[in-house]
Structure formats: C-alpha cells, structure tokens
Design a protein around this ligand. Structure first.
Ligand SMILES: [Zn+2]
Length: 470
C-alpha cells in the first residue's frame, strides 16, 4: 500500500516535470525566433537591399536571400554559412547592378513588383529549425531627375556662387558637391510638379575642383543622379603668405591662459597643442555651429564692415610658423577671416541683422570670447577675441545693436576683432558680402527672384538637413 502510494507520487512528479519541460520547449520554439527586417522600405533599387537580422537568443547558422515571382524563388542574391553563433544582430548589405541576373529579369519582364524570399536556419536550446518566408517588394530603378539648371557659371576665388535647379517629386534629398568635404543644401519650394531648389555654395579658398560642381539628387530607394555643371573660378586675388617667427614668451602666456596651466617654457609639442590641435577642435566647433540652414525668420540683408576699422589681415592668408632654432616652417595655417583694428575696447555691432546663435563667454580656445550670428539661408558671421559679450543666444539683433567689445582673448596679439563669414559651415571671403553691389547682384536678388518666381505656385519649405560627409 505504502509502496504504491510512493510510486504514484513519483509518476505524478515526473508527469508534471515532463509537461513543464514540454511547455518550456514550446515557449522557446515560439517565443524565440530570429527576425528579418528589410531596411530599404520594401523597395529594390540599384543601391541594393539592406536587411537587419536579429537572432533573438537563438544561434543562426545560415542565411539566404533570393528574388523571384510570387510562386517561385528564382535568383539567389545572398548566402552566408558558418555564422558566428554568438551574433545577436547583423545587417546585410546586398548591392545590385545592371549585370545581375535578377535585375536583367526585372527589366526584361518590365516588373513593377517582386518577391524577396529568405531562409534562416537556426538552433535554440531544444531544436534545429528554419524560417522560410517571402516579402512583396516594389521595384524602383528610376533615379530622380534634375532639370532647368541655371547659374551664372562663375565664382570668385574664396567667394560664393549659386545654382538653381528643379528636381522631380520623388526627390528625397539634393545637394551641391563642390569638391569639399561638406555638401551645400538647397533652399527649396515644393510644388506638385517637383521641387525648386536654390543652392548657395562655396569652393573654399581654392578654385572649384576640376572646374565643376556636382548636383546630386537622391530618392528614398537610394537611387541617385549626378548632374555636372561647369563652374569657372575667377582669380581676382592672390592670397598673401607670410612667415611668423614664434614669440615664445607670448605663446607661453597664452598657453597658460587658455589651458589654465603653468608651464615655464614652450616646447614644440606645447606650440602644436595650442596652434594645431586646439585650432582644429575650435574650427570643428565653429563648423558645427554654422552649418545648418535654420528656419530663423531673419531675412538676409546688407552687410557692413566694422565702423572705423582698418583691415590688417585678410581672408585665407597663409601663415608659416617658424619655431626658433629648429628646421622650419613648423606648420602653416590659413586665416579664415579678417582682422580689423580700431580703438581699444571698441564697440562691436553685428555686420548685418540676424539671430545670435552662439555665444562663448568662457572663450572658444584660440578664438577667445566669441559670438556667432545666423543671418538665414545658411549665412553666418563670427566675432572673436572679444573682451566682453553683451548679448545672449536667441537675441534678434540689427546692425545698430552693440553686442560686445573688442579685446585680445584667445590667441590674439593686441586688441582687434577677428571677423569671419561662413556659408553652411565653410568660411568665405567677407569682402563678397561687404561689397553691397556685388552682394545684391550675386546673392540677394537671386534669392528674391527665386522666391517670387516659385512661391506663387507652391508652398515654401525651407529644408534643414545634415550636411556632414565624414
Ligand atoms: Zn584673425
């Protein structure tokens, strides 16, 4: 009797354990499955296909992707064996070209949609299993179009140029690549028939690369079209080059002031830390704060050079630094602005009306106390080496408002204003905007005509986009 009871109890426990274990196995089977997510908006284009695969606590051993019709998988475009079993997430990138059999098949049959098949073999705690699924995708091999390209086809060395063009409604993003590391984005007006674009651009302090600019338009599927436009650079000026013998005492004091340290003599490393590494870091911060076309309601207006000021250093001057008793020059820099001298502690007025978009009262490294003003349309002005700043970020200022006083904060030799103008992050020669006749002709009138001509037909939509190409 006692024996039977014990046996019964044992069987019951075993049964419960088996059921629990079985339920757990079923849970694992159904709850933990690899997933496949198409990142290309369920569209296939020449930029190929991109998908994200997640293992969800399983071990994936095999992935294959193919294309075909609703009933048949026809062309394998991706396979991978021997995956690292510890992989939790993987993005697969499958490029396509006109030479691919699948692309030829699509074109030959003029297909508008297609099926993507995928197989994932995996293993969880209990089973080996696989997933076989298909996704309906649409086909887009058509890049956006670019037409009605208008420009006066020239730019002054260090100056600003413009180009106007229309892109088709499927355009997601367009920009001008002038051969710099930074792209220039348009001011856009969206219409039913397409998008009107105006881009102000710069080629830096050199002639436009290969005498041309590229207009690039991209759609959401990743198709892109490049339109090449010839762009002549008029070399109406020559950048000055000068040798600067480093004054070690001056550098020592500035080094200690800027880095809040207490060195007694300046080594080559100290000098490079200040004039090379910190300069680079400061220029990146300026780039970050001048690269966007913001939606500030400021209208671009006339620019003035600081009242009663004398120019003593111009844009793009090349400076060769000579360090005492070593092989020279140690390094060279370009001067991304104008140095303007006036009386000591002179009042500073904005060069043009705008919105104060950056204030650094502690000091921006070699630039010292600095203000940046956003003038709209991607144009900015910068004021450095100040002794005092009397505005805050967000203030709307006109050219009759005092924003600060000149000084010698940062790496400045004597009281002066370092003034710079920037277009979408790229410094350009301020003489272009100080020359009112030229400014009106090349920038303001172009913009006003563009708005007038297009806004009657559509809705103005100023575009903000990242223009970093790192
Ligand atoms: Zn300067």
């Amino acid at each position: 009797m006692f024996e039977r009871k014990k046996k019964f109890k044992f069987t019951a426990i075993l049964l419960i354990l088996t059921v629990v274990y079985g339920l757990y196995a079923l849970y694992v089977l159904f709850a933990h499955n690899p997933s496949f997510e198409l990142l290309s908006k369920n569209t296939i284009s020449y930029s190929g296909l991109k998908a994200k695969i997640r293992s969800d606590k399983t071990k994936i051993s095999f992935i294959s992707v193919s294309l075909g019709t609703e009933d048949n998988s026809l062309y394998t475009i991706y396979t991978e064996n021997d995956l690292n079993p510890s992989i939790q997430e993987k993005v697969i990138d499958i490029p396509l070209s006109e030479e691919d059999k699948a692309v030829k098949f699509i074109k030959k049959n003029k297909l508008k949609t297609l099926y993507l098949y995928y197989t994932i073999k995996y293993e969880n705690k209990f089973f080996n299993s696989d997933i076989n699924k298909k996704i309906r995708i649409s086909i887009d091999f058509e890049p956006p179009s670019i037409k009605s390209v208008k420009t006066d086809s020239y730019i002054y060395l260090g100056g600003v140029g413009y180009v106007i063009y229309e892109t088709s409604p499927d355009t997601f993003s367009s920009y001008v690549d002038s051969g710099l590391e930074i792209n220039f984005y348009p001011i856009t007006i969206v219409k039913d028939t397409g998008i009107s674009n105006l881009v102000f651009f710069s080629c830096g302090n050199s002639p436009c690369k290969d005498g041309k600019i590229k207009i690039v338009a991209e759609d959401l599927s990743g198709n892109s079209l490049v339109y090449i436009k010839k762009m002549k650079t008029l070399r109406n000026k020559v950048w000055k080059s000068s040798d600067i013998l480093i004054d070690l005492d001056f550098i020592k004091n500035k080094y200690n002031e800027i880095f809040k340290s207490n060195i007694e003599s300046v080594s080559v490393e100290n000098f490079l830390e200040l004039n090379l590494a910190l300069r680079k870091e400061n220029n990146l911060e300026i780039l970050d704060n001048t690269r966007n076309i913001t939606e500030s309601k400021v209208t671009l207006g006339r620019f003035y050079q600081m009242k009663n000021s004398k120019v003593f250093s111009r844009f793009s001057e090349k400076r060769n630094y000579l360090f005492p008793s070593i092989e020279n020059p140690l390094m060279t820099t370009y001067h991304w602005g104008y140095d303007l001298s006036s009386i000591e502690n002179a009042k500073i007025y904005p060069s043009s009306e705008g919105r104060v978009s950056y204030v650094n009262k502690e000091g921006l490294g070699i630039y010292g106390k600095t203000i940046i003003i956003d003038h709209g349309l991607g144009f900015y002005s910068l004021y450095s080496h100040l002794s005092e700043i009397t505005v805050e970020v967000g203030a709307i200022v006109s050219s009759s408002d005092v924003i600060g006083h000149t000084g010698q904060s940062g790496l400045a030799f004597g009281d002066h204003l370092h003034f710079g103008t920037y277009l979408q992050g790229v410094p350009f020669d301020s003489s272009e905007v100080w020359d009112n006749k030229y400014f009106r002709q090349k920038i303001l009138t172009i913009y006003n005509n563009f708005i007038q001509k297009n806004s009657a037909k559509g809705i103005s939509d100023s575009v903000k986009k990242k223009n970093y190409k790192k």
